[in-house]
Design a protein around this ligand. Structure first.
Ligand SMILES: *[C@@H]1O[C@H](CO)[C@@H](O)[C@H](O)[C@H]1NC(C)=O
Length: 120
């Protein structure tokens, strides 16, 4: 009886952890921080979390059209792509960002979060 309830408790705990990990991955396309300070490691920064359902071809800007100099991509879905632009209307070619901290030449005024390989 005691062993039985201990096992039930353990499997409930394991299920909870697995569920949390899945939710964590399923709900977010990715997380990145941006800083108006040039260089890495990132200076004072603002956090951006993009929901997995939020992919679109739209050009996105930051609050008050802030231009950021550096970005640290903390996580990003393998099915999706983060593209950074020097312009507010994403009119120039853009550059695809990988994970980690870097400073795209010309700064970041706009970005796109798309999922070219999505399976959902
Ligand atoms: C951001 O830039 C767009 C395009 O130039 C402009 O229409 C908009 O008013 C700007 N918003 C702010 C808060 O400056």
């Amino acid at each position: 009886m005691k062993l039985g309830s201990a096992l039930v408790a353990l499997s409930t705990l394991t299920a909870g952890i697995t569920y949390a990990a899945v939710v964590d991955r399923v709900l977010l396309m990715g997380v990145f921080r941006v800083s108006t300070t040039l260089g890495c490691p990132l200076g004072p920064s603002d956090l951006n979390q993009i929901g997995l359902g939020a992919d679109s071809p739209d050009c996105r800007n930051f609050y008050a059209n802030t231009t950021y100099e550096s970005i640290d991509v903390l996580s990003w879905s393998q099915y999706c792509q983060l593209t950074l632009f020097n312009t507010l209307d994403c009119s120039e070619g853009g550059i695809v960002s990988g994970l980690g901290c870097w400073s795209p030449p010309g700064g970041i005024k706009g970005y796109k979060a798309t999922c070219p390989w999505k399976v959902w």
